[in-house]
Design a protein around this ligand. Structure first.
Ligand code: GTP
Ligand code: MG
Length: 274
């Protein structure tokens, strides 16, 4: 009992002492301020504000540059992401199986600067796609969207649906990573050209935009965080997007021999411009 009363008194004394010290300090600062030239004081305040603003800017600028250094390989199953990954990293052919997890490796761009990016191969399977995209999307400097040009006609709807998810994502729209649509498997005779793939995707995305926004309207906003695709009141075109978009043709496999040369020069050229 006694101890607790003593403790209370000690606490009160401490509080009083602290109050006195603070008062004395405020009084001291007030006196100092009064004695100074106001022009000098204003310059000190302005200089301090400039230092704080510079620090905040530098921190934001440096962190956003260091964090976003990933190049993601995304696309439907069997489009050739893993083989392209292997070709870009080591130049070698690799027998692949459906990926069930991500794999990453440093990739040195073929430019004068020779920046090293982290190349990340994501699984294309329906059930894994979303979770891996979620994991890596905020780190993306560029997204290589791989399309199987040989069976594009059959897959156009699925390809457009996946692209729609990417292009209306709020994080991706804010960070605006470069989008490289790699029209792969050009070694196959039936392969569609990059130009045709672009036109068909624009048409398909235009249709999807109408159906998706109608569905969103009836769901009282439960699917939040998605951005309108392209420009309202205009047919969709890739040029309306906030990020740089490039369509290119490549083949991760030569039609002559399995281990033969791949044709990924256009992809390497685009990656050099990041
Ligand atoms: N002809 C031809 N075949 C290719 C080309 N690129 C990849 N392939 C083949 O297509 C198949 C699928 O390639 P992967 O690299 O495993 O495909 P993926 O996109 O990683 O597939 P998931 O991991 O399931 O998402 C393999 O048999 C590859 O050898 C190409 O440019 N031309
Ligand atoms: Mg794979």
């Amino acid at each position: 009992m006694e101890r607790s009363v003593g403790g209370d008194m000690g606490g009160k004394e401490d509080a009083k002492m602290l109050e006195n010290t603070v008062k004395q300090f405020i009084e001291y600062v007030r006196k100092q301020v009064e004695e100074q030239d106001p022009v000098f004081l204003i310059s000190v305040v302005v200089a301090l504000a400039a230092i704080i603003i510079t620090c905040v800017f530098l921190k934001y600028f440096l962190t956003s540059k260091t964090v976003r250094s990933a190049v993601l390989l995304v696309g439907l199953c069997d489009s050739g992401k893993t083989l392209l990954f292997s070709r870009l990293v080591s130049g070698k052919f690799k027998r692949t199986q459906t990926s069930i997890t991500d794999s990453s490796a440093p990739y040195k761009a073929k430019s004068d600067k020779g920046t090293t990016w982290t190349l990340i191969d994501l699984p294309g399977h329906d059930s894994l796609r979303a979770q891996y995209l979620e994991k890596f999307k905020s780190a993306a400097r560029a997204i290589v969207f791989v399309v199987d040009s040989a069976i594009f006609q059959k897959e156009v709807r699925d390809v457009a649906e996946f692209l729609y998810v990417l292009l209306t994502d709020s994080v991706i729209c804010r960070n605006t990573p470069t989008l490289l649509v790699a029209c792969n498997k050009q070694d196959i005779t039936m392969a569609k050209s990059a130009k045709l793939i672009q036109q068909q995707l624009e048409k398909e995305l235009n249709t999807l935009r109408v159906t998706r926004s109608a569905a969103l309207g009836s769901q009282d906003g439960s699917v939040g965080g998605s951005v309108f695709l392209g420009r309202k009141g205009k047919d969709f075109e890739f040029s309306q997007l906030p990020m740089r978009v490039e369509f290119l043709e490549c083949s991760a496999l030569s039609n002559k021999a399995e281990e033969g040369e791949a044709d990924i020069k256009s992809l390497e050229k685009s990656l050099a411009k990041l």
